[in-house]
Design a protein around this ligand. Structure first.
Ligand code: NAD
Length: 260
């Protein structure tokens, strides 16, 4: 479905981003991986994707908190693939604490990585997308882009902001064959959430084993984690030609949480 397309997926060495990058490669797209982790493991992922799917897969260690890194990464993807058709702004971090205890540097880092990085990358790739009259921008927000939970002030602020950014971009570029949408997942069991279970236990003063049942899935009506594969399938649809009219949307995939 994505043959001859090329994509940048930020934060794709783990979790949701890796799932989306894998699904894109399986659909025939060249993919630029990005994110942190063990260099040998990342190289093994890169080679496996190339071997299994017969596409070009590259890697950039760009730090999404650094605008200069983001521009270098975008230029690298363009040079390697000849163009960038699809961008998934997925890289994200979390820090759970009451607002008086949120360290200033966590606020700055979460806003930079979860929100400002999307602005910088969109700005870098739009001229090429406009020139080719085709582009897909997918922003991975969260149910926390649509609603709030206590102890997540920078994350909720950044994710609400990401939806606003995505809608604004969508309106600006709609006549250029470019869409911009936000996916708003409920809880997905990735390393980011594994860490939160311990953090939430501390913030709420409850046992870690009760966090999943009583905090994370309490409003997720389906009482199941969302899966990476489900999210990747939505990203593939948004990236396809069939997604042309879906733009400026904030798409909840949260087991009913945001309608509770
Ligand atoms: P994860 O921790 O498994 O993966 C995060 C990825 O981002 C990793 O590849 C990591 O290396 C990368 N990353 C972190 N900081 C970076 C930086 N400064 N520069 C470049 N890359 C960086 O997390 P995940 O659960 O897969 O989350 C992915 C996205 O989905 C995040 O934006 C998160 O907010 C969002 N999300 C996750 C859930 C969930 O329940 N897991 C729910 C809603 C939204």
């Amino acid at each position: 479905m994505l043959h001859a397309k090329s994509a940048i997926v930020t934060g794709s060495t783990s979790g949701i981003g890796l799932g989306i990058a894998t699904a894109f490669a399986a659909q025939g797209a060249d993919v630029l991986l990005n994110g942190f982790g063990d260099a040998h493991e990342i190289e093994a992922i890169r080679r496996n994707l190339e071997r299994e799917h017969g596409v070009r897969v590259r890697y950039s260690a760009a730090d999404m908190s650094k605008p200069d890194d983001i521009h270098v990464m975008a230029r690298y993807a363009s040079a390697e693939f000849g163009k960038v058709d699809i961008v998934v702004n997925n890289a994200g971090i979390q820090h759970v604490a009451p607002i008086e205890e949120q360290p200033d540097e966590k606020w700055d880092a979460i806003l930079a990585i979860n929100l400002s990085s999307a602005f910088h990358l969109i700005k870098a790739v739009l001229p090429g997308m406009k020139a080719r009259r085709w582009g897909r921008i997918i922003n991975i927000a969260s149910a926390h882009g649509l609603l709030a939970s206590p102890f997540k002030s920078p994350y909720v602020a950044a994710k609400h902001g990401l939806i606003g950014l995505s809608k604004t971009v969508a309106l600006e570029v709609a006549e250029h064959g470019i869409t911009s949408n936000t996916i708003c997942p409920g809880y997905v069991k990735t390393p980011l959430v594994e860490k939160q279970i311990a953090d939430q236990a501390k913030a709420h003063g409850i046992a870690p084993e009760n966090v999943v049942r009583d905090v994370m899935l309490v409003h997720q009506a389906r009482k199941e984690f969302v899966t990476v594969d489900e999210l990747a399938a939505l990203a593939v649809f948004l990236s396809s030609d069939s997604g042309a009219s879906m733009t400026a949307a904030a798409l909840a995939m949260d087991g009913g949480w945001s309608q509770h």
